[in-house]
Design a protein around this ligand. Structure first.
Ligand SMILES: [Zn+2]
Length: 411
């Protein structure tokens, strides 16, 4: 049995002034889908609590899983599998090439470069380097000619890259900062590797939107930090990085794209910064109540979902994303509540949802033939899924639901 570790210090600023704002209960690692129902039900469970740092205001999970139980999973994720993400990345590469005037022989580094989906968009005259800890995607990137280091980015690795490749004009990270317990190590590494006129671009989920709307199922152990601009600005300051602009993008249910540079650079501070900070202050980023509200909203969703179950005989799920596992565990569901779910990933098909033992089948119309209600777990792509069901069942109405951020009929 491996033990979880309740954190004592903020992973952003190292302060010990942290306060718990709520918990979703004891949940297993929600991104692990066992091959047997028994194993799924008997997985080790850990407190899924959220704490907020009173110093830098970073919201973060209060209990860290042993790192080996998180990163050693069997489900390599390939960014290139999602066509909307591919086109987002291509647009971003073009936009950055223009906005930041990247020149011949400049070095562009991506942290968490996956299969090279982003770096492959840059012109061949620009040097690119990917850093990717997962073996399979790193190998794939190397195969298409993107130089990739198969390792976790850290201050140490940054020093090694500095001597082999020199300083970087651009360092990018897409949805990666929140997934590491070593936030300070990464940021110190960025500071080490970045040219004095270089820029660090990071896309991160905007947690203000998550806390405000009650999307509690995006809280899970693998997701260590929940950033606001307020908190990330405070943390960057402690490592000598200065955020000079922020943009908001619609990926991953609402993200912010921040632009930072070493604190002695001359970049003009955009008005977007003060506007966003004022908004966050007004909405309550400094008050613990703002963060604890998501837990009462979660309880309301749980009650409403239980009454949906009481009204239907035969509920089936669509999708088996991590957020679906969080939802099913928090609502204490079992295969008698949700008969089965489905998922497009062949690696999950035939396996079981962690903690609840709900079976995962391939997504076919047949799997939904007898259901009188379907709940879509990946609510962020519900429009896409609505189209699939309209095609499968053109005459069926009043059966398709999303449960988060509120229980709602969508078809
Ligand atoms: Zn802090």
């Amino acid at each position: 049995m491996t033990l979880s570790i309740p954190i004592k210090n903020c992973i952003g600023c190292e302060s010990n002034l942290i306060s718990e704002v709520g918990t979703l209960g004891y949940l297993p690692n929600c991104n692990f889908f066992p091959k047997t129902k028994d194993e799924a039900i008997n997985l080790q469970r850990y407190n899924l609590n959220v704490v907020v740092c009173n110093n830098c205001k970073l919201a973060q999970v209060g209990t860290h899983l042993p790192v080996e139980s998180i990163f050693n999973n069997d489900y390599p994720y390939f960014s290139s599998a999602s066509s909307s993400w591919l086109s987002h990345s291509k647009d971003l590469a073009n936009y950055l090439s223009k906005k930041l005037s990247i020149e011949k022989n400049d070095l562009v580094v991506e942290l968490g470069s996956n299969d090279g989906y982003f770096l492959k968009n840059f012109s061949k005259q620009i040097k690119t380097l990917g850093i990717e800890p997962s073996k399979a995607p790193a190998k794939k990137a190397s195969e298409i000619g993107i130089e990739t280091i198969n390792d976790f980015f850290s201050e140490n690795l940054a020093t090694q890259i500095l001597s082999s490749h020199g300083k970087a004009k651009i360092i990018a990270s897409m949805n990666m900062l929140a997934h590491s317990p070593d936030l300070r190590g990464i940021l110190n590494g960025v500071k080490t590797l970045l040219k004095s006129d270089g820029v660090f671009i990071s896309e991160i989920q905007y947690s203000i939107e998550m806390f405000k709307s009650g999307k509690f199922d995006t809280i899970y152990h693998e997701h260590f930090s929940y950033f606001s601009l307020t908190s990330i600005l405070n943390i960057f300051e402690t490592v000598g990085l200065n955020i000079f602009d922020v943009e908001f993008v619609d990926t991953h249910g609402g993200s912010m794209r921040i632009f930072a540079s070493p604190n002695n650079s001359k970049n003009k501070i955009s008005e977007n910064i003060s506007r966003t900070l004022n908004y966050e202050k007004k909405i309550g980023v400094n008050n613990l109540d703002f963060y604890s509200n998501i837990f009462s909203k979660a309880n309301t969703i749980k009650e409403n979902f239980k009454s949906l179950i009481d009204k239907h005989k035969y509920i089936i799920g669509y999708g088996a994303p991590t957020k679906g596992s969080v939802f099913c565990n928090f609502c204490e569901l079992s295969p008698s509540d949700i008969l089965h779910t489905t998922d497009v990933s062949e690696l999950k098909q035939g396996n079981f949802m962690p903690g609840t033992g709900i079976p995962i089948l391939p997504p076919t119309a047949n799997a939904y033939m007898d259901s009188d209600a379907v709940v879509v777990f990946p609510w962020n792509i519900s429009e896409e899924i609505k189209k699939i069901f309209s095609k499968w069942f053109p005459n069926k109405k009043n059966f398709l639901y999303v449960a988060v951020p509120e229980l709602k009929k969508i078809l």
